[in-house]
Ligand binder design. Structure first.
Ligand code: OFO
Length: 188
């Protein structure tokens, strides 16, 4: 089940002929995950726009990079369903919030979001194993590794933020953090 700001119910109509490559029970959750990845892309674009508005080029570029990454995650799932000859049914993507207090709150929100996506991927992997759907389980290995990378990346930024003594207001620590984010653009 997705936990997005406004819950999106899976609208997959399972009238498609059964695929030999994916267990039926995985088709709707993977369609939900397609929406979740698209939502992450929207969220990071909104965060990038917030940073742009505040004159923070490092943060803006960092989050902008994640926009394309999340679209890649979405496309991987779409391609997998196509490969399995299973239905793709796109859903409405909830609007992300555009109101953020500071760069601290954005970084923390992004880290929390990645933790949530990690739980979603883990739940998918656990369902795939339970249904002995080894194709899907194998496909999800890439996402498991990707989520580990995402968590390491964001935890590193949170740690740096604490180290730099940045609490949210303007000043040297903010400039320092923005420069650090710029340095993380190619780290992933
Ligand atoms: Fe940020 O990894 Fe996909 O959602």
């Amino acid at each position: 089940e997705l936990r997005l700001p406004s819950k999106v119910a899976s609208q997959v109509i399972l009238t498609f002929p059964r695929s030999a490559m994916i267990h039926d029970d995985l088709v709707a959750p993977i369609n939900d995950q397609i929406t979740s990845e698209a939502y992450a892309s929207q969220l990071y674009l909104q965060m990038s726009m917030w940073a742009e508005d505040k004159g923070l080029p490092g943060a803006s570029k960092f989050f902008r990079g994640h926009v394309a990454e999340e679209m890649d995650h979405r496309n991987r799932l779409v391609d997998y369903l196509v490969e399995c000859d299973a239905p793709v049914r796109l859903q409405a993507i909830p609007a992300p919030t555009a109101e953020f207090e500071s760069l601290v709150s954005i970084i923390n929100a992004a880290y929390d979001h990645e933790k949530m996506v990690t739980e979603q991927i883990d739940a998918l992997a656990s369902l795939a194993l339970d249904r002995r759907d080894f194709n899907t389980f194998n496909m999800l290995q890439w996402f498991i590794a990707e989520q580990r990378e995402e968590l390491v990346l964001f935890r590193g930024i949170v740690d740096y933020m604490k180290l730099a003594g940045f609490t949210g207001g303007p000043g040297d620590a903010l400039v320092n953090l923005d420069t650090f984010l710029l340095s993380q653009c190619h780290a992933h």
